[in-house]
Write a protein that binds this ligand. Structure first.
Ligand code: T4K
Length: 361
């Protein structure tokens, strides 16, 4: 059998470039705790997002927890269950209650038409997810948040490089979190960041990722969530070639789209008007096709192709939180039928064609 094809494959810069980037660490011996590479990457990201307030974290999850804590959120947070467990974990781990809003049947992001009915006097924030890199209806969500005096924190884990009318996904709402995990469009092996409007949050976030160390005092029982110099160096190298990565993803995604468009029973994500995509994922919803999603996944796996059911089960169906949510029927419908096909910069056109042939045969 040929080499397995996984849902993704980490992009890496040339070895020599990374080695050159980290060489100075052998002289400085400054390996972590907000060193030179960390500072450089933060500055590079400020430029990339065109946003002045960026704080790096050891992973996206802790960036999200850091933001919830820095905003001092309490009570209920309205969110989507169609996401990775991290989003819901962050809310519960910060002592808040997730309230699940259903998703839009076309974009799979939080449906703003269902949002207002879920807002109570206990609600402190809205935490939508730009799932697969598809932007939420940011204007509608913003208007509802303003009307009710709520914070909006976006889980933008999938949305690195996405722009709407030239504005980065980092710049919507009060804050956004990005994941720089090895499986993401842009990565630092493990890592993440918080991007936020209010510069006063910087100090809180810096304390929140360094044990709450404040001079000789400890101001809060915060975790260690600092990004190391080796991780930041990987980010510096990857950010230099982000456009190349996204263009290679675009070509693979367009090939999928050409091959699969119009196949009965297969639903593809529609491009969003005014949005430049990062082609992070290629989800296909098997709705009324001859084969179910699970049968298609099994057939692909027989050929060494490992597509993934991102995101099944819904987080409001996970044991961890003790809910048994049937309040989100659209999300349930999509979650039971969606399959993310392999998509990464090095994916060969012949492999895209082979995957599509297996699906359409
Ligand atoms: N919010 C959302 C919406 C998220 O999707 C995530 C993370 C977060 C928050 C939290 O951000 P982080 O704290 O993770 O920064 C993966 C990732 O671990 C996770 O980061 C990601 N979302 C989630 C959607 O996917 P798995 O369990 O599916 O990964 P795994 O190990 O099965 O890898 C998938 C494929 O990727 C492998 O088959 C091969 C490839 N791969 C994997 C690794 C680890 C590589 O090519 N290189 C690698 O190093 O969770």
């Amino acid at each position: 059998m040929s080499v397995p094809i996984n849902v993704t494959r980490s992009a890496l810069p040339p070895k020599e470039e990374y080695f050159e980037e980290i060489a100075s660490l052998w002289d400085s011996r400054w390996l972590t705790n907000m060193g030179e590479k960390h500072q450089t990457l933060e500055r590079m990201l400020q430029g990339y997002f065109d946003a002045p307030n960026v704080t790096l974290f050891t992973n996206g999850h802790l960036a999200l927890e850091g933001l919830l804590a820095a905003f001092g959120l309490t009570g209920e947070v309205v969110t989507t269950p169609f996401t990775f467990a991290s989003t819901t974990h962050a809310i519960t781990r910060c002592g808040c209650k997730p309230v699940f809003c259903d998703v839009d049947p076309e974009t799979y992001t939080l449906d703003p038409t269902k949002l207002e009915a879920l807002i109570t006097p206990e609600t402190s924030a809205i935490l939508p997810v730009h799932v697969y890199g598809t932007l939420c209806d940011v204007e509608a969500i913003d208007a509802i948040a303003k009307k009710h005096g709520l914070k909006v924190l976006y889980d933008a884990a999938h949305a690195f490089g996405v722009k709407k009318d030239g504005v980065s996904a980092a710049c919507f709402g009060d804050a956004a979190m990005f994941s720089f995990h090895a499986t993401k469009v842009f990565h630092t092996v493990e890592g993440g960041c918080a991007v936020y409007r209010d510069p006063a949050l910087r100090e809180k976030l810096d304390l929140g990722k360094n044990f709450g160390v404040c001079g000789e005092d400890i101001s809060e029982a915060a975790p260690n969530a600092k990004m190391s110099e080796f991780h930041a160096a990987m980010g510096i190298c990857n950010l230099r070639r982000i456009e190349v990565y996204i263009e290679a993803r675009r070509q693979a995604a367009e090939r999928y789209r050409c091959n699969l468009a119009g196949v009965p029973g297969l639903k593809l994500l529609k491009p969003q008007r005014g949005v430049s995509s990062n082609y992070a994922y290629f989800p296909v919803v098997f709705d009324g096709a001859k084969y179910s999603r699970d049968e298609a996944a099994a057939r692909l796996a027989e050929q060494g192709i490992y597509a993934r059911k991102y995101f099944y089960p819904l987080t409001n169906h996970c044991t961890a939180y003790g809910f048994r949510g049937d309040e989100t029927p659209v999300a349930k419908h999509v979650s039971e039928r969606v399959l993310c096909l392999p998509l990464y910069p090095e994916l060969a056109p012949e492999d895209v064609d082979r995957i599509c042939e297996i699906i359409t045969e």
